[in-house]
Design a binder for this molecule. Structure first.
Ligand SMILES: Cc1ncc(COP(=O)(O)O)c(C=O)c1O
Length: 399
């Protein structure tokens, strides 16, 4: 018999791979992004910030929500500026047509200073050699100058000039007027861990840093330090601008604050298989769960490669029909099993919520990012940024 020959498909070449777009999605697993909630959170945080400008932090693809759509929404809603970690994240936003000021906080620019200038980005400078490199790029491009924010390390020990290096930095800046320091920033280590003393200490060091620079002839226009937790708990940290990230996405950064924020991301899927198993039968790899009674098991097409962390194996819950269904067995790469024995009528096609709220025939339930983080043994920031690129984002504009 002739071997079956399959004609090759004419595949389009993909020059810039993108995350799965909703129109390509076959699986019912998706993240719904509520843009009305995003705007609501911006309003709440602007109110809390008083006269300080709100620059939303959209690093890591807008905390997993899709930076371009989020930036477009926030820009239209009046966010004063945006912050990202990586130069490529900033370029992605510029290429998507975002005109708002963008602060690139990650501090690594390699030899790409010309891209910083060409895209009118504001780099965060934390090292003396960067002053020379940026100045040279400005001269090379025949420009007058490039705005930059200087970062001071006041206690985080991650990035920034130590206080002792600031007068030398000021000297270097005076001899390189192409680098125009418009902002001075620091990052607070303990704003979200309920340590007001640490915040006060860091702010005192920040004031000292601005004095050293002023004496050295460098006078930034804006000073900033606050993340979401500091914005919501420490008014003294507001200064001229604030940099909320997780709060913008409707997640409280620490206990007791942010009750009026609204979660922006909801992650849902649908049951794709249901089976009845006998008492004693096992579920999943390694047979780590065994039925103590005849049980009904539902399979959900979302696994650890999608961001449904393996740490939820035999301990997390998903919502089906408005009620909690415990995860049974280990979470696998693409699928997770839940026990629906106590959910009458559970069937193929039922919506299944991994993160967010659900109204169903059996009740109303909610699993927030804080709760999910606790089950996973991590923080809400990681929960949001772990929803992987193969989960398409659907943007919603509910009225
Ligand atoms: C320098 C800097 N500022 C602000 C933020 C925003 O923090 P949060 O998401 O806690 O508001 C971050 C995020 O980690 C950051 O690294």
């Amino acid at each position: 018999m002739e071997p079956l020959s399959v004609p090759p498909l004419p595949l389009p070449r993909v020059f810039r791979p993108e995350r799965a777009v909703p129109s390509d999605a076959v699986r019912p697993t998706r993240a719904e992004i509520n843009l009305a909630h995003l705007r609501h959170n911006l309003r709440v945080l602007r109110r809390a910030a008083g006269s300080a400008e709100v620059w939303a932090v959209l690093k890591a693809d807008g905390y997993g929500h899709g930076a371009k759509a989020v930036a477009r929404t926030l820009e239209r809603a009046g966010a004063a500026g945006l912050c990202v970690a990586l130069l490529e994240e900033a370029i992605e936003l510029r290429e998507a047509g975002i005109r708002a000021p963008i602060l690139v906080m990650g501090g690594y620019f390699g030899r790409a200073w010309d891209a910083v200038i060409a895209h009118q980005l504001t780099p965060v400078i934390h090292d003396i050699t960067q002053i020379e490199a940026l100045a040279e790029a400005v001269r090379f491009q025949g420009m007058q100058g490039c705005h930059a924010h200087l970062k001071v390390d006041t206690g985080m020990a991650r990035l920034g000039f130590p206080l002792g290096e600031l007068s030398r930095a000021a000297q270097k800046l005076r001899s390189h007027p192409e680098v125009v320091v418009t902002g001075l920033m620091t990052h607070l280590a303990c704003a979200d861990s309920g340590d007001p003393e640490s915040v006060t200490d860091q702010l005192a060091r920040f004031t000292e840093a601005s004095e050293v620079l002023r004496r050295g002839g460098i006078r930034p226009r804006v000073f900033h330090a606050a993340n979401s937790a500091a914005l919501l708990t420490a008014p003294a940290s507001h200064l001229d601008m604030v940099r909320p990230g997780v709060g913008i996405f409707g997640v409280s950064p620490c206990a007791g604050v942010g009750a009026d924020l609204r979660p922006v991301m909801r992650v849902r899927s649908e049951v794709i298989a249901v089976r009845d198993i006998e008492k004693g039968a096992s579920v999943g790899y390694g047979a780590s769960w065994r039925a103590k009674r005849p049980s009904r098991i539902a399979t959900v097409p979302m696994g650890y490669a999608d961001g449904l962390g393996r740490a939820l194996s035999n301990r997390g819950n998903l919502l089906i029909r408005g009620k909690r269904a415990p995860v049974v067995g280990v979470v696998s790469m693409d699928m997770t099993m839940v026990d629906v024995t106590e959910l009458p009528g559970a069937q193929i096609g039922d919506e299944c919520v991994i993160l967010g709220t659900q109204k169903g025939v059996l009740g109303t339930g909610a699993i927030g990012a804080v709760e999910l983080a606790e089950s996973l043994g991590t923080i809400p920031w990681e929960v949001l940024t772990s929803v992987s690129r193969r989960v398409p984002r659907f943007y919603r504009e509910p009225c």
